[in-house]
Design a protein around this ligand. Structure first.
Ligand code: SF4
Length: 528
């Protein structure tokens, strides 16, 4: 924290923008919960909030839960904003609203770090990670919080060691309102997949917190009322395998101490299947889901995108290995690759059926700045700047064909019967391998029981009675009820319901075909 800044007290309003509706935000599941309104607590902004000088007053608003009001802007002396490319319009809108109150607005986070030119109206651009630029920003606001005459760009040259990161200010957020908890142990990834901006933004040598920091953060998340699952947002949980092995015993101990009240999930490369020593400890720590960027089942395409590490173990075998440790695989998939053929969509649907993966985030290829893909397509004159398209890539196949393939795959993969059949497979094949911790007092708390009953009531009423895939739902639900698998019923339907509704909109062309697309869509995630 900046010593010079400690001498003056400021009132800082941290505003996190709304998400545009997407596959990964699960907003269709929220009405089935007990008051969830947003996806995950934003790590970056809560970290900055915690890093501000101790005496400063900080208000945090997640606009997925409620919008920043005139009262908030009147209270504040300066505004901090952070977000991803997909939230660009919403971030610019917050800046505009803050300027109406003549407030200085600073933006940080992944989008501005990759594309400062997207944010011409902001007063301060914080480019890069937490570090000397953050200290500089704090010092400037401490000296004078008013708007500077022209935009000031502050670039982090010296990043703060992650072992010195404070615990994100979870106490400022309404943690029970989030679908998932989030936590970060490492940053960066050693690989260089052509389309990915992580190595360019965060480096190839993962930086780390200590295991003790992580257990302290988990304690705080619990104190703040997190329910259900916590997602490790690390770019690659095994980016540094030794570090993963260092952390896992701490997580196991923490779970035993707190009664296995939370489940964990993470992102990792598929070659984690070669590491049974890591997988068995993840099982002991109660990891239940792994997101793997499988991207495509086509080996030629994987080679072309420099993702050969996905082929260290045959893909199907790797998925089965993860399943055998009780972990359900979630897969990222990309359509629109240069190697795609007219039959790629059909191959993808076959892969989905064979792998029995319930949840696949299927996106159109998008070239992100600061990626090798961007550089190559720029050289080839194949970048298209048109906000009305679902991708900025000039595909090898006709654009309409690629988008039609995406819609067809979405429509077919998430037909209720097919999706619930894949969950049925997971329940039969994967979940029995999970750890089955004893029913601790923490898991059987009155709060958890009430939560479970509320979700069950919502599911039966909103899906089983009012829904439009009742037959498929009841066939699935009655089997769960007959076998006493209430927990599986709740967890599967929460995810399935979102996917079914989202995919239905997608196949009708009512959502973007790329998570990263900047194409305007009328509906953001509703805050209500
Ligand atoms: S393995 Fe994942 S995080 Fe690492 S470069 Fe590839 S896509 Fe990015």
């Amino acid at each position: 924290m900046n010593g010079e800044a400690d001498r003056s007290v400021r009132r800082i309003l941290c505003v996190f923008p709304r998400y545009t509706s997407s596959f990964g935000t699960f907003e269709h599941a929220y009405p089935l919960t007990d008051g969830v309104q947003a996806f995950m607590p934003p790590q970056g902004l809560l970290l900055i909030a915690a890093y501000l000088p101790a005496g400063w007053e900080v208000r945090f608003i997640d606009e997925n839960i409620r919008s920043a009001s005139a009262d908030d802007f009147e209270w504040a002396e300066a505004v901090l904003v952070s977000g991803m490319h997909i939230q660009r319009q919403q971030m610019n809108d917050i800046c505009h609203r803050a300027h109406a109150f003549d407030l200085a607005v600073a933006i940080g986070g992944p989008s501005v770090s990759a594309c400062p030119e997207y944010y011409p109206a902001f007063d301060y651009l914080h480019v890069g990670e937490l570090g000397d630029a953050t200290d500089d920003l704090i010092a400037r606001l401490a000296r004078d919080p008013s708007r500077p005459e022209r935009q000031i760009v502050l670039k982090t040259a010296d990043r703060l060691d992650m072992t010195k990161f404070p615990i994100p200010a979870y106490e400022l957020a309404e943690i029970p309102r989030y679908f998932l908890g989030s936590i970060q142990y490492s940053s960066g990834c050693p690989y260089q997949c052509e389309f990915c901006d992580i190595p360019g933004l965060y480096g190839r040598n993962p930086r780390l917190k200590t295991p003790e920091q992580i257990t302290r953060e988990l304690d705080k998340l619990l104190e703040c009322g997190i329910n259900g699952s916590v997602y490790f947002v690390d770019d690659n949980f095994i980016g540094n395998r030794k570090a993963a092995l260092d952390l896992l015993p701490y997580l196991i101990e923490w779970q035993n101490k707190t009664g296995f009240v939370l489940r964990f999930s993470c992102e990792a490369t598929l070659n984690i299947a070669k590491r049974p020593e890591i997988l068995s400890q993840m099982r002991e720590a109660y990891f239940s889901t792994i997101f793997c960027g499988i991207e495509t089942p086509d080996p030629v395409a994987l080679k072309a995108m420099h993702k050969d590490h996905n082929m260290m173990v045959p893909i199907m075998e790797a998925i089965q290995t993860l399943n055998s440790f009780g972990m359900e695989v979630v897969s990222g998939i990309i359509l629109g690759l240069d190697t795609d053929k007219p039959e790629t969509g059909a191959h993808l649907l076959t892969f989905i059926e064979e792998s029995q993966i319930p949840l696949l985030t299927i996106n159109l290829l998008q070239a992100l700045p600061q990626t090798p893909l961007w550089d190559r397509l720029k050289r080839e004159n194949r970048l298209i700047d048109d906000d009305n398209r679902d991708s900025n890539v000039d595909f090898m196949l006709p654009y309409d064909h690629v988008v039609a393939t995406w819609r067809k795959c979405m429509g077919s993969a998430y037909e209720p019967a097919k999706l619930l059949e894949r969950f049925e497979y997971q329940i039969r094949t994967t979940y029995p391998h999970r750890l089955h911790p004893p029913m601790s007092r923490a898991r059987l708390s009155a709060k958890n029981i009430k939560l479970g009953l509320t979700m069950l009531r919502n599911i039966f009423w909103k899906v089983g009675v009012l829904g439009d895939y009742k037959r498929e739902f009841w066939r699935f639900a009655l089997r769960r009820l007959a076998r006493g698998e209430i927990e599986y019923l709740i967890s599967s339907i929460m995810v399935a319901h979102h996917l079914i509704l989202f995919a239905r909109n997608a196949s009708r062309g009512q959502t973007n075909a790329s998570y990263y697309s900047l194409k305007l869509q009328e509906s953001s995630v509703p805050a209500e």
